[in-house]
Design a protein around this ligand. Structure first.
Ligand code: GLU
Length: 376
């Protein structure tokens, strides 16, 4: 069977597209599906794009990304995140999504296993399968704040384990792995020579505690670091992500894949992203904090069981009964679009995004409350 026959299209994008279609038809749908900040892209970033257009920067570039952008990312990572990669260790790609795909494709051979911790982002298993690898899902527990335990991880490791994916802050749970957990994962990987692909796209969006990177914990040659501007700078549609590694062989493979699959990413977006490296996003984080407080207070008021999100912009809550049915009926009966936990390999839960204005959240949560009374 061909790998594509084993996967479904992205559920998050599918439900988002459905919600957007209903809205375009004039339906009063509250769309709490895709994790997409509602802020306009900051003006300095837009201006840099306009300038690039006017200067005629509309041709192919180095497929790794223009040197100025890789230099800017390198500086930004060092200054803002204490993460050090030289421009030569970075490949710019079409969003974090393509960076992750490049990473999987560069290290996986037929039958190689990749350990994922559920709840997990919907595209990891699909990308692994497309790279002819095998996703091995470790189900974490709600009672443990969805953090993986050492025995759970060890029981999933085999001689075919090629990589472990870490995603903290986590989509969909909003959880942040504590330092001990990150160290535990790094230790297992380091001892056994397993790659760690760390997806840190939500690292700026932290409301409680501090983000800790896997950088510095995992041996240099085993670490593949992924980040993007989509969530942090409200640039979802620009598609600018990047993957960085000090493993020269892996980097070479990623560069080859990028050059054959996409050449460079959109040239104008690359110039714009240089400005993103210098654009403060603290005001967005402040706003997300208020929205988080709002949805958390509503969830408490309604007696919903949920994990208090420490990062990202999702509320992941328990439902009585089938999550797919819950989401379908919530949309049909109350015009609120959400994502079933099954999409994240955690049935029995539902994800809503709070990257929406307080007015939208107010309307959405009110409707959810009304709906929950009838969903038993
Ligand atoms: N990453 C976002 C989400 O989980 C955007 C949609 C997607 O690419 O999956 O909603």
């Amino acid at each position: 069977m061909h790998p594509t026959d084993l996967i479904a299209a992205s559920k998050t994008l599918e439900v988002d597209a459905l919600a957007k279609k209903l809205i375009s038809e004039g339906k009063d749908v509250v769309n709490l599906t895709a994790g997409e900040p509602d802020f306009p892209t900051p003006r300095p970033i837009v201006e840099k794009a306009i300038e690039a257009l006017e200067k005629g920067y509309t041709k192919y570039t180095d497929s790794n990304g223009i040197p100025q952008l890789r230099e800017a990312i390198s500086r930004y990572l060092k200054n803002k995140k204490n993460v050090e990669f030289s421009p030569d260790e970075i490949v710019v790609s079409n969003g974090g999504k393509q960076s992750l795909f490049n990473a999987f494709a560069s290290i996986l051979d037929s039958g190689d296993e990749v350990i994922l911790f559920a709840p997990l982002w919907v595209s990891y298993p699909a990308q692994i399968i497309l790279s002819r690898g095998k996703p091995v899902v470790v189900k974490t527990k709600f009672e443990n704040g969805f953090m993986p335990m050492k025995d759970e991880l060890l029981s999933a490791v085999t001689e075919n384990t090629r990589a472990i994916v870490v995603n903290s802050p986590n989509n969909p749970s909003g959880g942040i792995y504590d330092y001990e957990t990150l160290k535990m994962i790094a230790q297992v990987a380091n001892e056994r020579g397993i790659f760690v692909i760390t997806d840190e796209v939500y690292d700026d969006l932290v409301y409680e505690g501090m983000h800790k990177s896997m950088y510095g914990l995992v041996k240099e040659e085993l670490l593949i670091y992924v980040n993007a501007f989509s969530k942090s700078h409200s640039m979802t549609g620009w598609r600018v992500g990047y993957v960085a590694t000090k493993n020269k062989d892996v980097k070479k493979r990623i560069s080859k894949i990028q050059s054959h699959v996409a050449s460079n990413i959109n040239t104008i977006a690359q110039y714009a992203a240089i400005a993103a490296c210098e654009t403060d996003n603290a005001y967005m984080v402040e706003e997300f904090k208020k929205r988080r407080a709002f949805v958390v207070s509503k969830a408490r008021e309604y007696g919903i069981e949920f994990l208090e999100p420490k990062g990202a912009f999702y509320l992941f809550f328990k439902v009585n009964g089938d999550d797919e049915e819950f989401c379908k009926r919530l949309l049909a009966e109350k015009l609120v679009a959400s994502v079933p936990g099954s999409a994240f390999e955690m049935p029995g839960f539902v994800r809503i995004s709070f990257a929406n204005s307080l007015e939208v959240l107010e309307k959405g949560t009110n409707r959810i409350r009304e709906f929950m009374a009838s969903f038993k």
